[in-house]
Design a protein. Sequence first.
Lengths: 79, 303
Amino acid sequence: MHFYQCSPELVVFDAASKETILLSSVHAVILNCFIGLESRGNYSFDALKSACLKKLPIDDATFSDSVDKLEDMNLIELA
Amino acid sequence: MILKELPKKEMQALLSGDGLSFRAGRFSVKLQSNITSIYNGVAHLYGESEALFQQPADFNVSIKKSTGLRAFIRPNAQFLFNGIKPFTPLPLNQAFPLLEWGLNWCVTNHSHQYLVIHAAVVEKNGYALILPGQPGSGKSTLCAALVERGGWRLLSDELTIITLNGQNILANPRPISLKNQSIDIVKGISDVTRFSPVVKDTIKGSVAHLQAPKISLDNYCTPASPCLVVYPKYQKGINSYIQELSSGESFIRLADHSFNYSILGLEGFKALSALHDRVSCYEYCYDGNLDEALSLMDSLLPS
């Protein structure tokens, strides 16, 4: 995966499928928080949600949907 | 020597013989044809282009008139690239548009050392303004107005050629292709003697070509720095407006407009990333008021 940061959004390029996807600011924040947690070895859903809520107000449904999308894209993997 | 300095008989002999070599944009073309409208079109629209002798051409193409019975019954014209026929033949009266479309095909299919995007591009003060757009968006009309009236230099009306480091837009000035109503609109602001005859009933409707300005041809080696990406959208009767577009949205749109982004893979992604580090992106809905459009485009340039 390769990234182009164009804050608040993020463009992701999958070199294997050659697909280019635009991630919204919400996805970009979640991904950013996940990378922060991953460096500390914490992969839990709750930890990710807690970290994200500190950065942006987001309802449960939107958060869950966004996490599902990122997992589907193999960009994050939660415990 | 430029093509218009070549004696008519010599030019005809080359076209119908071993081939006439000339500069078409930034590429060299060797063209063979036995069709009168091809001779007329090349002599008129490429008259200011450099004639090339004794050097290999980037593209070897020919436009052949049908033979046998088809020479008499609904005669047609066939485009050939290195002897290959990439398209079905078109009616003979569409031979010159076929040549132009064929040359576009040559560039988009054989220039993967660059990122090639379906967009008009013009330059002023060293800054490039990229105008991507679907057919009917008013891209070519706006491009022609910028070049004919606005003091911008034509880099290309159809193909934006970007170096893979994303830092330069290369010029590829060739005749501007105009369709349907835009033909009369641009005739109203240009010298009509620089137009080809209108060819009707093509797959794109009525088509005419406008000579590229001489200053663009003379400066085909001078690149421009990417600065603006404006997505024009012509809508009759609306109140014109412009709105900033996020880099991400523009990135995805330009990738969709590119001919070889997916072929280039990671290199294409890196080129578009580097390009978007340098440009501001806008969507511009306009009602056809070209004076207003020209002022607006100028105002977007860095001071």
